[in-house]
Design a binder for this molecule. Structure first.
Ligand code: 13P
Ligand code: SF4
Length: 310
């Protein structure tokens, strides 16, 4: 029996379902029942009837699943897979901003710990941040922790005073605008599709900026045949599957999230067999953090690809 077959057998035996982010290894994406961006996965985890969910992603994703569905068992195949950005803001920074601006809304990117979410008023993902910030009644917005997504939101919603902190995704931040320019010169017809976690120089070169789902939707619907992809390389698997006749190029220094790549088929088999590595949230943060996530689902409604086109 292959590992994929064993996973299928165990899944049926345990009535479990596997969710995977687009950044995990292709073989993990193939083993999954659902693949998606952070927003889609958090919604699916809540809506599915299955009581056991194997979440192939980094720890904040498992925590979000647990916060939205406290009664479910959310198993994390690689419990040490963490997102560095998820820790990049302090409580003091938030308290200082709240003192300075009495009408402040603290808007928290889901790439954050449950503790950070509990200090916030509403969560967002890269798929709905612009729409949610635009519709908030508050003029002053503290956007945490991603300064790149925050700056992109501020540009899209100029009527708000968006205050940033200094968090960033090390993988998207490290992408080199020069390498994107080199690709553009080599493939002049290619469109640049970039994730808003990218640094300012890369985003300035982009024809489209959006979440991983947004990038996939754009590539599929566009009449273009060549694309330069400014996000983590895992997304290429689904891009190529959906668009076998289109060509995709990545920067010479490929953006790879080593935490997302930690997940293996053996680890999925292990958690399905043992029920180990269940995501857990410290009780002192659960109520407030869960409320911030629920507010996001309510404000985002049923609309998915709400990214802005440039
Ligand atoms: P999305 O899934 O929202 O596109 O975010 C990318 C990411 O970095 C997830 O960790
Ligand atoms: Fe975190 Fe960046 Fe990895 Fe996403 S790609 S999980 S933001 S380190």
């Amino acid at each position: 029996m292959t590992k994929q077959e064993e996973i299928q057998r165990l899944k049926e035996e345990k009535d479990a379902v596997i969710l995977a982010h687009f950044y995990v290894e292709p073989e993990i994406q193939e083993a999954a029942d659902y693949i998606g961006d952070s927003f889609k996965l958090s919604r699916i985890a809540k809506e599915l009837p299955n009581q056991t969910i194997v979440f192939c992603g980094v720890s904040f994703m498992g925590e979000s699943g647990k916060l939205l569905s406290p009664g479910k068992r959310i198993l994390m195949p690689a419990p040490d897979a963490d997102c560095p950005m998820a820790h990049m803001v302090t409580k003091e920074e938030i308290e200082r901003a709240r003192e300075q601006y009495p009408d402040l809304a603290v808007v928290c990117y889901v790439n954050s710990t449950a503790e950070i979410k509990s200090w916030s008023d509403v969560c967002v993902t890269s798929a709905n941040a612009v729409q949610i910030v635009r519709n908030l009644p508050n003029r002053n917005i503290l956007f945490i922790p991603d300064r790149n997504l925050g700056r992109f939101v501020a540009q899209q919603v100029p009527e708000k005073n968006v205050i940033l902190v200094n968090g960033f995704c090390p993988i998207h931040e490290a992408m080199k605008a020069q390498e994107i320019e080199d690709l553009k010169r080599a493939h002049p017809k290619a469109l640049v599709l970039a994730h808003p976690e990218c640094n300012e120089g890369v985003l300035a070169a982009a024809d489209y900026i959006g979440s991983t789902s947004g990038i996939l939707a754009y590539a599929k619907e566009s009449g273009g045949e060549e694309f330069i992809i400014g996000t983590e390389t895992g997304v290429l698997h689904e891009l190529k599957k959906q668009n076998p006749d289109k060509r995709f190029f990545v920067p010479a220094t490929p953006p790879v999230c080593h935490d997302m790549k930690k997940i293996t088929l053996d680890q999925i088999i292990h958690v399905l067999k043992t029920g180990e590595h269940g995501a857990d949230v410290d009780g002192q943060y659960a109520t407030l953090a869960g409320a911030s996530l629920e507010r996001m689902l309510m404000l985002a409604g049923r609309t998915e690809g709400t990214e802005a086109f440039r």
